[in-house]
Design a protein around this ligand. Structure first.
Ligand code: NIG
Ligand code: FE
Length: 409
């Protein structure tokens, strides 16, 4: 008896990889064979054998099948909400003013420090399940709402447990340098982070920093990254979000896997990312939610051959969304990306930002069978009828995910 699953009658199948950049590859009227949770082969409908040859045959009813989304930048482990800040911003206070006045990230730090490991785990698991229902099949999760050794470790321990519990790829990032804790000195705090880095080696795959005016400097980024690199951490950075500081070029020079946000990145920064093969992670949901007007130089990035990735930035302050479909449609409309460029950025590009592109993100033979059956036979409907949920079923490692229906609040 074979273990092969046959997903047949696929109207449109999407694959994404380096050779199709910046777009995707489309196949019509085909079947997908899955073995041991991985893509085995793509067949023409006419090549399918008798149903006895497969453990199960699943009829996709002519619908589109796309790779699961990779959400390569999230802060989804947290406690508390910040709806009052949202209203303050609507009245004209800026995101950075709220942080400078001791709110923003620091508000979530207070709530997260008070929460137990179990509270954090339950809330984050519920969020992730909702994200999976909306099409995400691989995640990156940052710490950064602890800002002390104990609380940062608590967050990353929760991250590790989520990985085991949900059995999906989860990349963990230590973001102790998210902001300076209330009442502490920046340089001393950074020194403490650097000194304690080895203790995070078993908890996190990478290290991140928020390099911004009145937060951490480019020199801080350099100091942190040099040490993190020595210890074998991947490097990723929040850079050039609200102002241009120079963190992007510096991070790229030090070999960062990704530079994230980039609204104020310049052609020099783009050149540095290209040279270092650093992926640009763009998060239009933040611009939408904070009411910003500045967009990254997306087309200069594409022309230069920089790989684009898209992510939610899911967090309670600047982007409380779980929905990669929303992010893709925003990227298409706000940045004028074609549906194929946006889909490639939310799958292959985002997997590359995590160094996982060989294993997932493209629906290629030998990759994890993480994919979505859509409620349409044309994936472009996601961009056209924007705001709808087009995910009919999410499959991770070839298994159908039992999706919760209600929003995770
Ligand atoms: O990526 N820019 C800094 N950090 C997060 C926001 C975190 C928060 O506001 O809680 C971001 O947008
Ligand atoms: Fe972020």
């Amino acid at each position: 008896m074979t273990d092969t699953l046959c997903f047949r009658n696929i109207g449109q199948l999407v694959q994404a990889d380096a050779s199709t950049q910046p777009g995707i590859r489309l196949r019509k009227h085909c079947a997908l064979l899955v073995e041991d949770g991985r893509v085995h082969k793509i067949l023409k409908e006419s090549e399918i054998k008798s149903s006895k040859s497969y453990a199960r045959v699943i009829d996709c009813q002519g619908q589109a099948v796309v790779p699961g989304f990779v959400d390569c930048h999230t802060h989804l482990i947290y406690a508390g909400e910040r709806k009052d800040e949202m209203v303050d911003r609507m009245r004209g206070v800026t995101y950075m003013e709220i942080l400078d006045n001791g709110g923003g990230i620091l508000n979530t730090v207070k709530a997260t420090s008070r929460a137990t490991e179990k509270d954090l785990f339950d809330a984050a698991r519920k969020r992730m399940k909702r994200m999976m229902a909306l099409g995400t099949t691989a995640f990156e999760i940052k710490s950064g709402y602890g800002l002390n050794l104990k609380s940062e470790m608590k967050m990353l321990t929760v991250g590790k447990k989520l990985r085991t519990s949900l059995k999906v790829p989860v990349t963990l990032t230590y973001l102790g340098a998210h902001t300076v804790p209330a009442g502490e000195n920046r340089e001393e705090y950074l020194e403490e982070i650097i000194e304690n880095l080895p203790r995070f080696r078993d908890l996190a795959d990478g290290v991140d920093i928020f390099c911004e005016k009145d937060v951490f400097t480019v020199a801080d980024l350099r100091r942190l990254f040099l040490q993190a690199k020595l210890l074998g951490f991947d490097l990723r950075a929040h850079v050039e979000e609200f102002s241009h500081q120079g963190g992007c070029a510096e991070a790229a020079k030090l070999g960062a896997l990704s530079c994230d946000h980039l609204e104020h990145a310049t052609p020099v920064d783009i050149h540095a990312m290209r040279k270092a093969n650093t992926t640009a992670v763009l998060m239009p949901g933040v611009t939408l939610f904070l009411g910003g007007e500045k967009h990254p130089l997306v087309h200069s990035m594409l022309d230069a051959g920089v790989t684009l990735a898209l992510a939610t930035d899911c967090n309670p302050g600047s982007s409380p969304t779980y929905n990669m479909q929303t992010v893709l449609t925003l990227a298409a409309s706000m940045y004028r990306l074609t549906p194929e460029q946006a889909l490639a950025a939310g799958t292959y590009g985002a997997a590359k930002a995590l160094g996982g592109e060989k294993d997932y993100g493209g629906l290629l033979p030998r990759q994890r069978a993480d994919f979505l059956i859509l409620k349409t036979n044309d994936y472009r409907d996601m961009f056209y009828y924007f705001g709808e949920n087009f995910v009919d079923a999410t499959y991770t490692a070839g298994k159908k995910f039992k999706a919760p229906k209600d929003p995770a609040l």
